[in-house]
Design a protein around this ligand. Structure first.
Ligand SMILES: Nc1ncnc2c1ncn2[C@@H]1O[C@H](COP(=O)(O)OP(=O)(O)O)[C@@H](O)[C@H]1O
Ligand SMILES: [Mg+2]
Length: 314
C-alpha cells in the first residue's frame, strides 16, 4: 500500500494577480495592468507544496471543477511532488479563483470559492486516511461543508492512529463559530496566528487567549509575523525569535510555510523548540521569494537560501 507522511485536506484555487495598476479600479471605467501572473493559490496548496519540498511524502484531498483552472492546480501540485490522486473533479462546480489587484502597497481581492465549498467529510474515506501518518486541515471557514464534519473527521483520524494539525485561517464572516472544547483535544498541533487566536477566543490579549485554549490544546504553535513564534505544550511555554528578513519580497504564504516547517520536524519527533525554529526558518525563507511557493524550489535550494540569507545550516 502506498503511504503518505501527510494527507492535506483543504481548499484549492488559482490566483490571478494583476500588478502595476495605475490606480485601483473605479466603477464604470477600465484600467490596464502592466503585469499579470496566473498561479496556484490557496493556503492548503502552499502548505502541501512546501511540505513536499521539505522532504515529506504529501497527498492532497480537495475539490476542483472540471476546467482548465483545475488542470493548472493539479499540474502545479504534481510539479512539487504532491500526490493528486485524491483530488475530486466536480462536474457541476467550477474551480475557485482569486483575482488579486495590486496597487502600490494596497491590494484588493475578489474570490469565487467554487467547488471547495461543497467538499465534505463524506468525500474522505477511511481507505485514504489509513494511508497517512498525519492529517493537516486548513482554511475551514472557506469550506462550510467540511467545517460541519470536522469533529467527526478528526475523531476518525485519531482512531485510525494519525496525528492531526489545523490552521483554521481567517473567517471572512468574522463569526468564528468553532467548538474549540471538542476540536482542540483531537488536534495534535494547532497553528493559528495572533489575530486569529484573539478572534477565536474573543479576547484582547494573547496571554488571555492562551489561557482560554490551554485546557483543550495538545501543542499550540502561535505565529507572530516578524516577531517570530511561541509554542505551548504541557508546562512548556517558549518563544522563538525569527530570522528576520529586512528585504521582504512579500509575506504571502509565510504562515503556511511556517506550518510546513513545523510539521516536518514534529513528524521527525523533534522538541517543541526545534519545531518552532524550523517553522520560523521556513517562514523567513518564504519571504525571500514571490508568493507562497516561489522560494521553495527544492530542499537543496531551501538549504542554500537558509545559509546565504540567514546564516543557518540545516
Ligand atoms: N519579515 C519576516 N522575517 C522573517 N520571518 C518572518 C517574517 N514575517 C513572517 N515570518 C515568519 O513566518 C511566520 C508566519 O508568518 P505570519 O505572518 O505570522 O503568519 P500568517 O501568514 O498565518 O499570518 C512567522 O511566525 C515568522 O516565523
Ligand atoms: Mg495564516
Amino acid at each position: 500500500m502506498e503511504r503518505y507522511d501527510i494527507l492535506v485536506v483543504g481548499e484549492l484555487n488559482v490566483d490571478l494577480i494583476l500588478n502595476r495598476l495605475p490606480s485601483l479600479p473605479v466603477e464604470g471605467k477600465e484600467i490596464l495592468a502592466e503585469d499579470m501572473t496566473l498561479t496556484l493559490g490557496s493556503s492548503s496548496a502552499i502548505f502541501a507544496s512546501n511540505a513536499a519540498v521539505l522532504g515529506n511524502k504529501v497527498a492532497f484531498l480537495g475539490k476542483v471543477g472540471n476546467d482548465s483552472f483545475a488542470d493548472l492546480v493539479i499540474t502545479s501540485l504534481q510539479n512539487k511532488g504532491v500526490n493528486t490522486n485524491h483530488i475530486i473533479k466536480s462536474k457541476s462546480e467550477q474551480t475557485g479563483a482569486t483575482i488579486v489587484l495590486n496597487y502600490g502597497e494596497d491590494r484588493a481581492m475578489v474570490t469565487y470559492a467554487g467547488a471547495m465549498e461543497t467538499l465534505s467529510v463524506s468525500d474522505i474515506s477511511e481507505d485514504v486516511l489509513i494511508k497517512a501518518r498525519h492529517l493537516h486541515v486548513s482554511s475551514i471557514f472557506l469550506q462550510p461543508a467540511l467545517k460541519q464534519g470536522l469533529i467527526s473527521l478528526f475523531s476518525k483520524a485519531k482512531n485510525l492512529g494519525l496525528t492531526t494539525s489545523i490552521d483554521m485561517q481567517w473567517d471572512p464572516d468574522e463569526k468564528w463559530e468553532v467548538d474549540l472544547e471538542k476540536l482542540l483535544p483531537l488536534t495534535d498541533v494547532f497553528l493559528p496566528n495572533e489575530a486569529e487566536l484573539l478572534a477565536l477566543t474573543s479576547t484582547k490579549n494573547i496571554d488571555d487567549a492562551i489561557e482560554t485554549v490551554r485546557p483543550y490544546i495538545n501543542t499550540l504553535a502561535l505565529k507572530m509575523g516578524n516577531k517570530g513564534s511561541r509554542g505551548v505544550q504541557g508546562n512548556e511555554d517558549v518563544f522563538v525569535k525569527p530570522w528576520l528578513n529586512k528585504n521582504v519580497v512579500d509575506a504571502i504564504g509565510a504562515g503556511d510555510s511556517f506550518n510546513a516547517g513545523f510539521i516536518t520536524k514534529y513528524l521527525e519527533g523533534f522538541s517543541l523548540n526545534e519545531c518552532l525554529k524550523y517553522g520560523n526558518l521556513a517562514g523567513a525563507v518564504n519571504t525571500t521569494g514571490a508568493g507562497g511557493t516561489g522560494a521553495f524550489v527544492s530542499l537543496k535550494e531551501f538549504r542554500k537560501t537558509a545559509l546565504d540569507r540567514f546564516g543557518v545550516k540545516y
